[in-house]
Design a protein around this ligand. Structure first.
Ligand code: PLP
Length: 493
């Protein structure tokens, strides 16, 4: 039973478990009688009930609908989770992904019966090649972090192919935790690169650390402070001069899509979070997808399978002998997240090149609008303008007894999903706000109004009220105070 904690003043939000709703005799489906053929199961036939709850269809529908209403989703309101790009997922993509010819495909179908699907995978890759300005895209990685690992494995393979095994990867201190984790998982030592006072990678510190043992540098651009890395060309040049590769964490591509081609910035390898930039549902929802764009030097090492076209039509090359080169083996079962490809392709094709450019422009405009509305009352960590997300720290809460965590809990009580907190680690008590292009000015104004009212309430000395929050939710606060005081994600190379 999900029960409100004592003191909850919210809606009536009690909900039994579905097993507690079991009603003898109730049925929700009408299946034909199954012929009794125990011999066909080799003696493994079940001889007792399996204990599934018995309910009518309306009770099941209402149970799950009530549960879903205890949740928060991009479909119920603004979801300004910095670095996660929680934008509206157009219903067009959902409709197309459910077309029987796409939704009912089986991954083991012969290529000859899946020509349209293979064509679709390549069409999706083609858009990504055009948008990144990079010649190859490996489509199969399952999410951003998986794309990072795959990209680093390509870098490793390319270095080893030229007899140049290297030991370490440089990662800026503002990087997402998956970057150092992926580098370690790929067998590299990780060395941190400090930020300068403007919140960007310190170019001199980076070049100091470059030597022939560095396999590559992982850059996020714009970085997780929402700032464009202005020295990216110099960085790439310096890394290349030492024989290393530049990996770009593409999670923030929403700020650049249609405006800048990462390949033109000297990037060798970059994952794209289709579920972020290209609007497919994520966050406790659908699967992600993290294709990796590769430079010409890295392309021969792209993982299998490859989608190729010859005189006989499209085919899936599943063995190294079929592609030449020295591809990595599979990094994922079958061919990747096909349903996500359909949605991402629908998104790109329906917006077109000009529409995608407008995505980036409006995303950056929205973030700068919030930055302008909030700065002064809240404390922006770095002077504007920002890219697609704006970063505040907790200086505006100093002396109030209210922490970033308390502030976020009060936002939940007000019916809004909080921003990302305590990340990036380069500022104290971070509040990273990413509104995305799909929020209207009216929503941004309401959001800004709420943030300003909460900041004033904190300053008015209402710390006890903040510490109580949330009181209007099915669950009250867990004991997160210790975690908040000691950042869990701190990593020391
Ligand atoms: C989301 C994100 C990742 C990881 O992507 P997943 O798809 O969640 O694995 C990596 N880096 C940054 C900056 C991100 O925001």
């Amino acid at each position: 039973m999900i029960r409100p904690e004592e003191g909850n003043r919210g809606l009536r939000l009690e909900e039994p478990l579905i097993f507690e709703l079991d009603t003898p005799g109730a049925v929700g489906v009408d299946l034909p009688d199954i012929p009794d053929a125990p011999d066909r199961l080799g003696g493994l036939a079940r001889n007792g009930p399996i204990g599934l709850p018995r309910l009518s269809e309306p009770r099941v529908v209402r149970h799950y609908t009530r549960l879903s209403r205890m949740n928060y989703a991009i479909d119920s309101g603004i979801y300004p989770l910095g670095s996660c790009t929680m934008k509206h997922n157009p219903r067009l993509g959902e409709r197309l992904a459910r077309l029987p010819g796409l939704g009912d495909l089986h991954p083991l179908q012969p290529d000859s019966t899946a020509q349209g699907a293979l064509d679709l995978i390549d069409a999706c890759a083609d858009w990504l090649r055009a948008l990144t300005g990079m010649p190859a895209v490996a489509m199969s990685p399952a999410a951003g972090a998986h794309g990072e690992l795959t990209g680093l494995m390509c870098i490793r393979a390319a270095l080893e192919a030229r007899g140049d095994a290297r030991a370490k990867v440089l990662v800026p201190e503002s990087a997402h935790g998956t970057n150092p984790a992926s580098a370690r998982a790929c067998g590299y030592a990780v060395e941190s690169v400090p930020a300068d006072s403007s919140g960007r990678v310190d170019l001199a510190a980076l070049t100091d650390r470059l030597d022939p043992t560095v396999a590559g540098v992982m850059i996020t651009n714009p970085n997780t402070c929402g700032l464009f890395e202005r020295d990216i060309l110099e960085m790439a040049q310096a890394v290349h001069a030492e024989g290393g590769f530049v990996y770009c964490d593409g999670a923030n591509f929403n700020a650049l899509v249609g405006r800048v081609r990462p390949g033109d910035l000297g990037i060798d390898c970059m994952h794209l979070n289709l579920h972020k930039t290209f609007a497919t549902p994520h966050g406790g929802g659908g699967p992600g997808s993290g294709p990796v764009a590769l430079s010409a030097d890295l392309a021969p090492f792209a993982p299998l399978p490859w989608v190729l076209r010859d005189g006989g039509g499209w085919r899936l090359a599943e063995h190294a002998s079929a592609v030449g080169g020295s591809p990595l083996g599979r990094v994922k079962g079958f061919h990747g997240q096909f349903g996500v490809f359909v949605r991402a392709l629908a998104y790109m094709a329906s917006l077109g090149g000009d529409g995608l450019r407008k995505v980036a422009e409006d995303a950056v405009l929205s973030a700068n609008y919030l930055l302008a509305r909030l700065d002064g009352t809240m404390t922006a960590s770095f002077p504007g303008p920002c890219m697609h997300e704006c970063l505040f720290d907790d200086r505006f809460l100093r002396g109030t007894g209210v922490t970033t965590l308390d502030f976020a809990k009060a936002m939940i009580d007000a019916g809004v999903h909080p921003m990302t907190m305590y990340f990036p680690l380069v500022v104290h008590g971070a509040l990273l706000v990413e509104p995305t292009e799909s929020e209207s000015k009216e929503t941004l104004d309401r959001f800004a109004g709420l943030m300003l009212r909460l900041a004033e309430r904190a300053r008015a000395g209402d710390a006890a009220w903040f510490r109580e929050a949330p009181v209007h939710t099915p669950r009250r606060r867990l004991d997160e105070t210790r975690a908040a005081r000691q950042p869990v994600l701190r990593w020391t190379p």
